[in-house]
Design a protein around this ligand. Structure first.
Ligand code: PLP
Length: 449
């Protein structure tokens, strides 16, 4: 990191990161020529790696025709084709797509559509949302209010607190009691959710919002078996919607196009982004059920929401090509196969590591959690900023990964998230784990372990 001479407001206002000047599949190239193996696709974004020629060509082709036309007047060919591809066969009853520019916008749209749906049904009281502690749903105020991640929320408190309340996450490593079976854990979480509905008044709750596999804030945490079926039943019983946030875990990342396919349920509304456009253009989307959209269509007739860059033609053209490549090259099979390899390698390298408490994930979406003490699951002191040390050591060793940690309440520790591109080879996977192992050990040594 260089001293800060930049006029760009970077995340850190004290340091300017090096410039990325090129990309080549799973590799990122920095201005000094340093090649970085991108093991997390940024933040689970670059599902096809960098500079994929088909995506670049699709963007150029669309740009040569029409780059932008306001959606108040026009639709576009790529938007129509992409929507048809995503929901033309109505997966799980999701029949319509609303294209936005990223994940937070997709969550905001989801919250507002849920509210509008109930208003149009004559149930305006349904304005509350139940979500989970330690989830992340984005950084705009509504999405941040929905999220349960303490350190991101606290600087902006009180947020939109009355509308959002939080229950315990389905995070077995930290929340399941040692003497409790998985089924008993699920039953306890269900009882807590039911109690929250009762506390708020079931007819005031619009929706429950959750990530099927919790991403950045917890490090790839899938729910225990049966959890989402139970949640779906509770929402149904109370007439509330289920909104699933697949911004990070969706679009093939876990081995199926939608992570919810592995849970035996489907949502009423779903948010996707990141892997939708693979980072080639800023794009996200809200997928909504036919029932919801038809209710609004037959009521006021319009979703009272919009952004200038809705369904941007270049973004839709890029995402359309990304999705075509994934389907034509059968990359979800690759995600499953390489995912098994990644799990195996992580287990070999870290399974007996005295500071690795948990290795968890699905498909090509894995988290490694570091603990000071395996027996008690005690995290490292957040002040040590172990995750940042791992990130720096990895970067110096030619690996880009996504470490995170040190929540404000200090209860949860450091973890590293891995989300390699779907095109990663077997050799890439081996190299990722080898480089990560070296970075973790070097960072631990740095803090005297
Ligand atoms: N939801 C989840 C699960 C995410 O992981 C993220 C971003 O990391 C968001 C929402 C917000 O997406 P964006 O950063 O594109 O606004």
């Amino acid at each position: 990191m260089a001293a800060n001479k930049s006029r760009v407001m970077h995340r850190s206002l004290r340091e300017t990161p090096p410039k990325a000047v090129g990309g080549d599949g799973v590799w990122l190239i920095a201005e000094d020529g340093h090649r970085i193996l991108d093991s997390s696709g940024g933040a689970a974004v670059s599902c096809l790696g960098h500079q994929h020629p088909r995506i670049l060509a699709a963007i150029a082709k669309q740009a040569s025709r029409i780059a932008y036309a306001h959606t108040g007047f026009f639709s576009s060919e790529p938007a129509e084709e992409l929507a048809e591809r995503l929901v033309g066969h109505e997966p799980g009853g999701l029949g319509y797509v609303y294209f936005v520019s990223g994940g937070s916008e997709a969550i905001e749209a989801s919250i507002k559509l849920a509210r509008q749906y109930f208003i149009e049904r004559g149930e305006p009281k349904r304005a509350r949302f139940i979500t989970r502690r330690q989830s992340y749903h984005g950084n705009t105020l509504g999405a941040l209010s929905a999220g349960g991640n303490a350190w991101r929320r606290e600087p902006y408190a009180p947020l939109l607190s009355p509308s959002f309340s939080h229950v315990t996450p389905a995070f077995a490593y930290h929340e399941k009691r040692d003497d409790e079976s998985e089924a008993a854990f699920v039953a306890r979480l269900a009882a807590e959710l039911e109690a929250e509905f009762q506390r708020l008044g079931p007819d005031t709750v619009a929706a429950f919002i959750a990530e099927p596999v919790v991403g950045a804030t917890a490090g790839c945490v899938p729910a225990p078996e049966g959890y989402f079926k139970t949640v779906r039943e509770i929402c149904n019983r109370h007439g509330a919607l289920l909104i699933l946030d697949e911004v990070m875990c969706g679009m093939g990342r876990t081995g199926t196009l939608h992570a919810w396919e592995q849970e035996g349920i489907s949502p009423d509304i779903q948010a996707v982004a990141k892997g939708l456009g693979g980072g080639y253009q800023p794009i996200g989307a809200m997928l909504a059920s036919g029932t919801i959209v038809d209710t609004v269509r037959n009521g006021s007739g319009a979703f009272q929401h919009g952004h200038t860059y809705l369904a941007h033609p270049l973004a839709c053209a890029a995402a359309l090509e990304v999705q075509k490549v994934i389907a034509e090259e059968k990359l979800l099979d690759q995600v499953k196969e390489r995912g098994r390899q990644l799990e195996q390698r992580l287990t070999e390298r870290f399974g007996n590591h005295r500071h690795v408490g948990d290795i968890r994930g699905r498909g090509l979406f894995w988290g490694v959690e570091l603990v000071a003490d395996r027996a008690t699951r005690q995290p490292f002191d957040p002040k040590l900023k172990l995750h940042q040390r791992i990130k720096s050591a990895a970067f110096a060793g030619g690996l880009g990964c996504y470490p995170s940690g040190g929540t404000a309440d200090g209860q949860r520790g450091d973890h590293v998230l891995l989300a390699p591109p779907y095109i990663a080879t077997s050799g890439d996977i081996d190299m990722i784990v080898e480089r990560l192992g070296a970075a973790v050990d070097s960072a631990l040594k740095n803090i005297g372990h």
